[in-house]
Design a protein around this ligand. Structure first.
Ligand code: C5P
Length: 241
């Protein structure tokens, strides 16, 4: 069996959160989001290596940050990490991290730094589903709101069948060769918002497994408030440092 690597695109500016540091470096419970996300991945039993795509001008800063949190070298119960320079789009950032993977990695998970509180059990569940034979695996949750499509004037054009919709999270897991092929043929001028979308474009099946509410994406200020509350609850229960 080969190795399993996790790739973390963390080079976004995060403008929807308002002005300030790059999104991945925003603090939750006094600790940068990226550190939470990397710690969750690195401490998952299934993960052997974590590769982070940082903003081009912040590679040294991110490397130092991970070192300060004991997350560069592998240690008891956690994998090693490596920081590379990200690109102009999420897709480009993932592609740059893929180039840095050792040859003996055969399963790759891609996880947004913007999902800092992902449970380690979800990381291992995605890895296990790929190891069990799926080419591509995504965690998904049923949608609770009614979802409508609209035109440019915000006039509703259709109400979608909610029972057939899933809100898709990360980590998304892939056989290495499938993800490489998907990125090799992807259109850089029409970047995808997730990696599974590129695999779908290849015509390959993508399997959904149950996601987790705490794997939500921090996008707007409200999400930071929710993340702080979840972390405070975990700390009170003695679950995290
Ligand atoms: O913008 P969005 O929230 O969809 O970003 C998802 C993830 O992609 C974030 O973790 C962000 O840091 C990352 N990203 C990146 N490189 C970019 C843009 C976004 O790594 N150029």
């Amino acid at each position: 069996m080969g190795l399993t690597a996790a790739v973390v695109p963390a080079a976004g500016r995060g403008e929807r959160l308002g002005p300030g540091a790059p999104k991945a470096l925003r603090l939750i419970g006094g600790v940068p989001m990226l550190v939470h996300a990397v710690r969750a991945l690195a401490s998952a039993r299934s993960i052997d290596l974590v590769v982070i795509a940082a903003p081009e001008d912040a590679v040294a800063e991110v490397t130092r940050l991970l070192a300060d949190h004991g997350l560069v070298e592998s240690g008891p119960g956690h994998a090693a990490t490596l920081v590379v320079s990200g690109g102009d789009t999420r897709q480009d950032s993932v592609a740059r991290a893929l180039v840095a993977l050792p040859y003996d990695v055969d399963v790759v998970l891609v996880h947004d730094a913007a999902r800092p509180l992902v449970p380690t059990a979800l990381v291992d569940a995605v890895s296990a589903a790929v190891r069990a034979g799926a080419a591509a695996v995504v965690p998904g949750l049923a949608v609770s709101d009614t979802v409508k499509s609209v035109d440019r004037d915000e006039t509703v054009t259709a109400t979608l069948d909610r029972s057939a919709l899933r809100a898709i999270q990360t980590p998304q897991g892939f056989r290495r060769e499938v993800l490489y092929e998907a990125h090799a043929v992807a259109d850089p001028d029409a970047p995808a918002t997730d990696d599974a979308g590129l695999v779908e474009a290849l015509g390959r099946p993508v399997t959904v497994i149950p996601g987790h509410e705490e794997a939500f994406k921090v996008t707007r200020p409200f999400d930071l408030t929710v993340a702080e509350a979840i972390l405070a609850k975990r700390r009170a229960a003695g679950v995290v440092s």
